[in-house]
Design a protein around this ligand. Sequence first.
Ligand SMILES: C[S@@+](CC[C@H](N)C(=O)[O-])C[C@H]1O[C@@H](n2cnc3c(N)ncnc32)[C@H](O)[C@@H]1O
Length: 203
Amino acid sequence: MTAEHYFSTDPDAPMRRSEIEFSVAGRDYRLAVASGVFSAGRLDPGTAVLLRKAALPDASVQGDLLDLGCGYGPIACVLASEAPLATVHAIDVNSRARELTDENAATLKLAGRVRVTAPDDVPADVTFAQIWSNPPTHVGKTELHVLMDRWLPRLAPDGVAWLVINRHLGGDSLHTWLVDKGWLVERIASQKGFRVLRVTRVE
Ligand SMILES: C[S@@+](CC[C@H](N)C(=O)[O-])C[C@H]1O[C@@H](n2cnc3c(N)ncnc32)[C@H](O)[C@@H]1O
C-alpha cells in the first residue's frame, strides 16, 4: 500500500468527497473537496491568514489574476467573487485539484471567470495584475524558487503578488531570496507562524 499525497499529479486513490465551509470578507463559501488534494479537511490555516491579512481585490479590479497552486480553489473562488470584472487563472499540477476548482467555480456561478488549467496551458501572452499563492513547500527550496522565477516575472509592471508561507517551512528564507532577486518585498503580517508577503517590482 502506498501513501497517496495531495501533490500527486494524478491521484489514483478512490475519491472521498466532503465539503469545507468558511467565510471571507463577509461572504460564506461552501466548497467541495476530496482526498488527494491539499488540506481536504479544512481551510488551510495559512490560506486563512492570507485571505484575512492581504488586500483582497476590490470590485473595480480588472484584468487577469493568478492563483498559483489552486488546490480545490479556495483562493481562486474568493478572488473571483470579490472582483467580478477580473478573470482568475487557477493553476495546479494536480488534476483532481483542477477538477474540484472547476466544480467549485461552477457552483458559485463563477465558471466563466475562473480559468482552471495545468501550468503549461496558461496562454503565454497573459500578464497578471495580481498573483496569489499559498505555494507548495514540500517540493523543496530549489523547486519553490523555480516556481517563483517562472511566475513572478509575469506580473504586470504595477502588479502585486501576495504570498503566504510558514516560517518553519522557509518563509523568511523565501523573503530574503526574493529581495536578492530584486523584488520589493514587504512582510504585511505574521500570524500563527505564517508570513504574508507583498511582492512588487522595485520602481
Ligand atoms: C500549499 S497548497 C495550496 C492549495 C490551495 N491554494 C489552498 O490554499 O488550499 C499548494 C498547491 O500547489 C500545487 N503545486 C505543486 N507544484 C506545483 C507547480 N509546479 N505548479 C502549480 N501548482 C503546483 C499543489 O498540487 C497544491 O495544490
